[in-house]
Design a protein around this ligand. Sequence first.
Ligand code: NDP
Length: 297
Amino acid sequence: MAEIIDGRRIAQEIKSELLARVQFLAAAGRTPKLSVVLVGENVASQIYVRMKTKSAVELGIASDTIILPSETSEESLLDVVDKLNADTAVHGILVQLPLPAHIDENRIISAISPEKDVDGFHPVNRGKLLVGENTLVPCTPLGIQELLIRSGHAPAGKHVVIVGRSKIVGLPLATMLTQKGDRANATVTICHTGTSNLSSFTRRADILVAALGQAEVIVADMVQDGVVVVDVGVNRVGDSSTEKGYRVTGDVDFDSVRSKAAAITPVPGGVGPMTIAMLMHNTVQAALNISASSSTG
Ligand code: NDP
C-alpha cells in the first residue's frame, strides 16, 4: 500500500518556518500585508478567500479582503488594483479568480504590480520563470515541488508526467521541474486533451501529476508499480450518503491507484494546503523583496 503524502503536515511545517521570517520583518516595522480582492458571490471563491485570510492571520501577516459586487465594472476593479499597487503597506495583491465574465482577467492580472503579484500570474513573472530568473511563481506548482522534495520524492532525474497544461498548474509546473538545479532537473512530459493514448504516457511516469479537473479519471491500470502520484484535482461528485449530497474527490481513483503506487497525495489534505502555504510564502517573499529594494533604493 502506498505511503500517503500528508500535505497538511508539510504545509504546517512550512508555515512554522515562515513565522520566523514574519517576526523578522515585523521587528523592522514591516509587517507583511496581503490584500485579497473578491468580486461576486462565487461560493467556492468565498471559501478559498476565507482559508487564505485565516492562514495569514495565524502567521501574523496582515490581511484584508475587498469584497465587490458581481456587477463591478472592469474600470472600477482596475482602480482598486491601482490603489493597492500604490499602497506601501500592501506587499501582496491577489485578485481571486474566476472573475465575472464581463471582466477581462488578463487585463486585471497585468495591472497588478509584478512585485506584489503573489499568485505569480503576471506576464512579467511568467516570463521570468520561463527564463529561470528568481521571481514570484504560481502557488500550486510551487506547492507541488515543495511537497515532492519534503516528502523524499525529489523530482531530479525522474520522469514526471503532468496531465493538464493550464496556465496556473500544468504549464508552470513543467517549467519549474525542467529547470537546471537540485530542486528540479526532471524530464517532463505534458499531456492534455490532444494527447493520443494517454495511458501510454502515464504508465511511463516515475511521478504522475494529475491536474485535469475530471473526477477519478486516473485509474490503476494507467500507472506503473512504484509511481509517486500527486493529485491536484478538486471535484465535487454527487453522493447521497453524505449530509451535503456530494463528496470532494481528486482526479485520481485513490483506492485503486493506491494499491500500485509508492506514494500518493490525498484529496483533500494533499496539494490544497500546500497552495495556501505557498501563498503565505510568496507574500512574505514579496515583503522581503520590497523591503530590500526600498532600503537600497
Ligand atoms: P483547467 O480546466 O484549466 O485545465 C485542465 C487541463 O487538463 C487542460 O489542459 C485540459 O486539456 C486537460 N484535460 C482535461 N481533461 C483531460 C483528459 N481527459 N485527458 C487529458 N487531459 C485532460 O484546470 P486547472 O489546471 O485550473 O485545474 C485542474 C484541477 O486542479 C481542477 O480540479 C482544479 O479544481 C484543481 N486545482 C486545485 C488546486 C489546489 O490548490 N488543490 C489549485 C488549482 C487547481 P486541454 O488544454 O487540451 O483542454
